[in-house]
Design a protein around this ligand. Structure first.
Ligand SMILES: Cc1ncc(COP(=O)(O)O)c(C=O)c1O
Length: 378
């Protein structure tokens, strides 16, 4: 195919939810039934959604909640993270990751990432462990799994928990095992940009019966029977409308992953000879879900200028993230973090640029993206 010369008629978004008549029918059914939620924590559709997701991830339990943020908070509470505790996390993530540690009254301890896959660098984690370390919170950023083996070893040696932030990583695998099935608890987001969506929503996964019980209690005010509250909890229940959408999205998930992978292969094939960029890598032990296809723009190119050029060409490229968490005002103020403390993350925020990759990208759109990136870097 010769390179396309005309811009697409519509802006190409970086990600977009894919919903069809099946989701509309499912929502209509819930509205007609009048059963919008269930006070026990999960209604019929939430239970069905949980069962399908648990089977997909290969875990005993999935627990539906109303956001990825709620999932992270519930996971940390289930591990009894409290004031005085420390939780190790990367600074290159969305703010919800570490704000949930703060919400438990604990201290997020930032450890820098490795430059290959933008995830926690296990070698640096060792140096950050103290007697107060109660958990590690690796983030499978962009959908590439964190190297979990060294973290699992450390957690056994030092007896602390692992909560996987798999909010971007549905379907990603670590040595053949789905993420969310590796640490003590996995947390997923169902926000509209994510691999599957329910509007807002989240899922927790675990193989541990005791933790599953605690998570279900935390989801609904710590209640075990009507008006019998045995622990602190919240209203983190997933409404039935969302769960019904989730049930339909699960049927689409394998196809979504296939399309994302196909797009990523196309981008890699057609951008591999471009100088001045680094393409995303998939470690030999990993299966990327290609939630984000993130390239690095190297000097002397200017990432922000390239971003602007792509936006002008109707390409919704994005920067995730512009500021590492340790340099956001809240963490600077609370813990005295400064420039230079997490050099790999600080470099990454200046160079990363995510290209659109979602299952509805057309051949013409993806060819246009390739051509515009090539021109912008020529
Ligand atoms: C890495 C990461 N963690 C946590 C979250 C929070 O998920 P939610 O937006 O569903 O609360 C997100 C979602 O954007 C995320 O990308």
């Amino acid at each position: 195919m010769s390179p396309p010369t005309k811009p697409p008629s519509k802006f190409i978004p970086s990600n977009r939810p894919i919903l069809g008549p099946e989701e509309i029918a499912a929502v209509t059914k819930i509205l007609e039934s009048g059963m919008l939620t269930h006070k026990s924590g999960a209604g019929t559709y939430a239970l069905q959604f949980e069962k399908t997701f648990a089977e997909f991830v290969g875990v005993k339990h999935a627990i539906a909640v109303n956001s990825g943020t709620a999932a992270l908070h519930a996971a940390l509470l289930a591990l009894d993270i409290k004031p005085g505790d420390e939780v190790i996390a990367p600074p290159f993530s969305f703010i919800a990751t570490t704000n949930m540690i703060l919400l438990c009254g604990a201290k997020p301890v930032f450890v820098d990432i490795n430059p290959e896959n933008f995830n926690l660098d296990p070698d640096k984690v060792k140096d950050a462990i103290t007697p107060k370390t109660k958990a590690i919170l690796p983030v499978h950023l962009y959908g590439h799994p964190t190297d979990m083996d060294p973290l699992l070893e450390l957690s056994q040696e030092h007896d602390f928990g692992i909560v996987e932030d798999a909010c971007q990583a549905h379907g990603a695998k670590h040595r053949g095992r789905q993420v969310g099935a590796i640490g003590d608890i996995g947390c997923f987001s169902l926000y509209p940009s994510k691999v599957i969506t329910t509007g807002e929503g989240g899922l927790l996964t675990t193989n541990n019966d005791k933790l599953a019980k605690r998570l279900r209690r935390i989801r609904t005010h710590g209640e075990i029977r009507p008006y019998e509250y045995v622990m602190m909890g919240h209203n983190y229940r997933m409404p039935e409308i969302e769960a019904a959408i989730g049930v339909e999205q699960m049927k689409r998930l394998p196809g979504f992953l296939e399309e994302r992978n196909k797009n990523a292969e196309y981008l890699t094939k057609h951008l591999s000879d471009v100088e001045g960029i680094i393409l995303p890598q998939e470690a030999e032990w990993a299966t990327h879900n290609w939630y984000l296809y993130t390239i690095r723009i190297l000097p002397p190119h200017n990432r922000d200028r390239i971003l602007k050029t792509l936006h002008q060409a109707k390409i919704g490229a994005g920067v995730y993230y512009e500021v590492p968490l340790h340099l956001t005002p809240i963490y600077r103020e609370l813990f005295g973090y400064k420039e230079g403390m997490m050099p790999v993350s600080e470099q990454a925020v200046k160079e990363v640029l995510s290209l659109p990759n979602h299952p509805a990208l057309t051949e013409a759109e993806i060819a246009w993206i390739v051509e515009q990136v090539r021109q912008a870097l020529a």
